[in-house]
Design a protein around this ligand. Structure first.
Ligand SMILES: Nc1ncnc2c1ncn2[C@@H]1O[C@H](COP(=O)(O)OP(=O)(O)O)[C@@H](O)[C@H]1O
Ligand SMILES: [Mg+2]
Length: 272
């Protein structure tokens, strides 16, 4: 008889299946290339040595005819779930998340891909912008600092699992060495514009926009409490980071909002 498997999570690249008490298999969709799976494997292994709260990665296997990575099973649910089920805890969660990101960035690394190279590559792929706009954005990016902080690359509330031992950061596929402010800029953009859980659709659009800006503002304030920087140095990253995000498979309505933000930045020569 065929064994029925329990799917406990699904992201944009894979389905995550429970194998036993202690192990899950992240089974990648057909369209994900073998080289990006290999990258995720190597990066997840590298962050295990950092002392950060991350799941142990075991091995790369073929499961159900598809490539999968075996990870330690984390008993906990994504921070997004708690945000929508217990919204009154939002401020505490946001502060906790910001502290965690500072903790990630405090690690200096030398064996990860370069953040600016990845951003350059993604900006070139953004179909919603003109060639002239992309050239201008790439020029601005070239002038920004490189840095050697460990950057998660996709630090958002769905990639943090709340477990008994505390919050655990998953999904290190896009980790780079770079500037913390670029990684922070991406988190802020996702908090403001990223995909919403279905139940949030019940709220009026204006309310949602207001609340999300409030959360992003609080996140920024909280991050700055642990690590100080000028708002100007962060704003410079908003433009390239937002343009790079256009190369990802995100909903059209989200892309439209990002394009508006990008054109507004270019027009006003300011970034937020
Ligand atoms: N080690 C793990 N233990 C328990 N659940 C996990 C684990 N890894 C991933 N998940 C669940 O699967 C979902 C998708 O995994 P993720 O690695 O973020 O995939 P994607 O790269 O497609 O976003 C997560 O949001 C989480 O709910
Ligand atoms: Mg994910």
């Amino acid at each position: 008889m065929m064994k029925i498997e329990k799917i406990i999570g699904e992201g944009s690249t894979a389905q995550v299946i429970v194998l036993d008490e202690k192990t899950v298999a992240k089974q990648f969709f057909e369209r994900v290339s073998d080289s990006s799976i290999e990258h995720e494997y190597l990066r997840s292994k590298a962050v295990m040595d950092s002392g950060l709260p991350v799941p142990t990665i075991f091995e790369k296997v073929i499961h159900n005819g598809r490539t999968a990575l075996l990870y330690e099973r984390i008993n906990g649910s994504p921070l997004t779930k708690k945000l929508s089920n217990q919204p009154w805890t939002a401020l505490t969660l946001i502060n906790q998340m910001a502290k965690l990101q500072v903790f990630v960035h405090d690690n200096e690394v030398s064996n990860f891909p370069y953040q600016k190279e990845i951003l350059h590559r993604k900006i070139k792929l953004a179909q919603e912008l003109t060639e002239a706009e992309k050239t201008l954005i790439a020029e601005r990016l070239s002038k920004l600092p490189s840095g050697n902080s460990l950057c998660h690359g996709d630090f958002h509330p769905d990639n943090i699992l709340l477990a008994e031992r505390g919050p655990v950061i998953i999904d290190w596929a896009d980790a780079t060495q770079g500037t913390r402010l670029a990684d922070l800029a991406r988190t802020l953009i996702i908090l403001r514009f990223g995909g919403l859980p279905a139940e949030m659709k019940l709220f009026k659009n204006k309310t949602v926009i207001y609340l999300r800006n409030l959360l992003a503002g609080q996140y920024l304030k909280s991050y700055r409490k642990s690590f100080h920087f000028t708002v100007d140095s962060l704003e410079k990253w908003i433009l390239p980071v937002t343009a790079a995000r256009l190369s990802e498979s995100i909903p059209v309505h989200e892309k439209e909002k990002l394009v508006l933000l990008i054109r507004q930045c270019l027009k006003n020569d300011q970034y937020l």
